[in-house]
Design a protein around this ligand. Structure first.
Ligand SMILES: Cc1ncc(COP(=O)(O)O)c(C=O)c1O
Length: 426
């Protein structure tokens, strides 16, 4: 076999893999941890002031600085730092007054935490269909509204914006509040506005595999002083008193407070966010352009983009006409060293897809008499076929990470893998 024949022969059939070196791990901010984070953490350690509100010595708070900087970066007035993205969702939902029996519409494709956060407050998550953008379909949201519905939670999955115009129209029409789950899309935008700043309140994750990270951590942003006040009180058991909220208005809070160490890392990472986004966008654009010809010829379509320039570009997603071919293509790409997977494979448990949210699907609660079902008068039943369109789409969706650390050579090799595999198998 000649070298050219070996190159064009698929690696899955014994040919030479198009990608020669392992691709960089997909921890965009995590892989950029460097001197800035080290210095910031050391500064906190040396100050012996690990908690924002007190310590042996006076000094500025990294967490307070992060809250200001993060909110400003995202175009919102108020920011609140918390311990996780889930914590950010719970504080956001408390901020808008979600409680026992309230229905919140969530996409059928999202990390289970979006639904669990609603559940944790005694609310009822209602899964709704996604559209070709793999984010909430406003038309289906409308169909799922009942008299118990209080809020909608668009989730900007895999870095890409939901169609916020359509969704905000539905929310306004039905007097519903909007919590943006921006856990996977730090810094991305929709028609010039950063995600998280468009709805009533936005929640972010700084968990280790997110775009920027402090290991664990989360942020809440809002333009409403009222929502912010409520979220502050929920996240800190004495947050009301600390923030001068009159005692007769204070609500009982818990503890989702961020440490100064996390604050220091998150702040350093925030300064790297837009650079990371630029690099991922540039690489994704090159990959997409490289496969446009073969995609068109083979009937492969791309994920719909509600705002192409706002996409965080953490991944490339395309649809094959049917699941079998999607699996073949993903396996062949993986054999080429290009790392690909089909988002939904029936029978493979994945907490990103509603039929696998087993505790919620089974309405399992901490005690037999607790949870939403004690208060919810309506009859809500979760069934594996309640969002068939979502499963249909995800079952033929192939996804590939786009690391900001891909070299030009690696982009070319992945492009070669895409062309080779789609040409042969799509
Ligand atoms: C869409 C979505 N929402 C919420 C969360 C929860 O964030 P965290 O893991 O920081 O609690 C995640 C993170 O995994 C997520 O991907």
């Amino acid at each position: 076999m000649s070298a050219t024949q070996a190159m064009s022969k698929l690696a899955i059939d014994g040919g030479t893999p198009a990608v020669r070196q392992p691709l960089p791990p997909m921890y965009p901010g995590g892989m950029r941890i460097g001197k800035e984070e080290e210095d910031a953490v050391l500064e906190v350690l040396r100050s012996k002031r690990l908690f924002r509100y007190y310590g042996p010595y006076e000094g500025p708070s990294k967490v307070a600085e992060l809250e200001k900087a993060f909110a400003a970066h995202m175009g919102s007035e108020y920011g609140l730092a918390v311990t996780s993205g889930t914590g950010a969702l719970i504080c956001s939902l408390s901020g808008i007054g979600i409680g026992p029996g309230d229905e919140v519409i969530v996409p059928a494709y999202t990390w289970i935490a979006s639904a669990s956060a609603v559940f944790a407050l005694g609310g009822v998550p209602i899964p709704a269909e996604i559209d070709d953008s793999l984010t909430l379909d406003a038309a289906d949201v409308k169909r799922r509204i009942t008299r118990h519905t209080r809020a909608i939670m668009p989730v900007h999955m895999r870095g890409a914006p939901t169609d916020m115009d359509a969704l905000m129209d539905v929310a306004h029409e039905h007097n519903l509040q909007v919590v943006e789950d921006t856990a996977q899309a730090d810094g991305a935008s929709y028609h010039g506005r950063r995600l998280g700043s468009i709805g009533d309140v936005g929640a972010f994750s700084l968990q280790f595999n997110k775009i920027i990270t402090s290991g664990e951590g989360g942020m809440v942003i809002t333009n409403s002083r009222d929502i912010w006040k409520r979220a502050v009180m929920f996240h800190d058991v004495i947050g009301g008193t600390r923030n001068g909220i009159p005692e007769d208005e204070v609500l009982p809070g818990v503890n989702f407070r961020m440490t100064e160490l996390q604050g220091a890392v998150a702040l350093a990472q925030l300064h790297k966010l837009d650079g990371l986004l630029d690099q991922m966008r540039e690489r994704k654009a090159m990959l997409k352009a490289s496969m446009e010809g073969v995609a068109k010829r083979k009937g492969v379509t791309f994920r719909k983009e509600n705002d192409p320039s706002g996409d965080a570009a953490v991944c490339l997603i395309f649809f094959l006409p049917e699941p079998e071919r999607a699996h073949k293509v993903a396996e062949a790409l993986t054999a080429e060293g290009a790392g690909a997977g089909v988002i939904y494979t029936p029978g493979h448990s994945d907490y990103h897809i509603y039929p696998y949210w087993s505790p919620i699907m089974a309405k399992r609660t901490w005690t037999p008499t607790s949870g939403p079902w004690r208060w919810h008068e309506g009859e809500v039943n979760y069934t594996p076929d309640m969002c068939p369109h979502t499963l249909g789409l995800l079952g033929r969706a192939v996804q590939m990470d786009v690391s900001p650390d891909l070299t030009n050579d690696q982009v070319e090799e992945v492009a070669e893998a895409l062309n080779k595999v789609l040409e042969a198998l799509a």
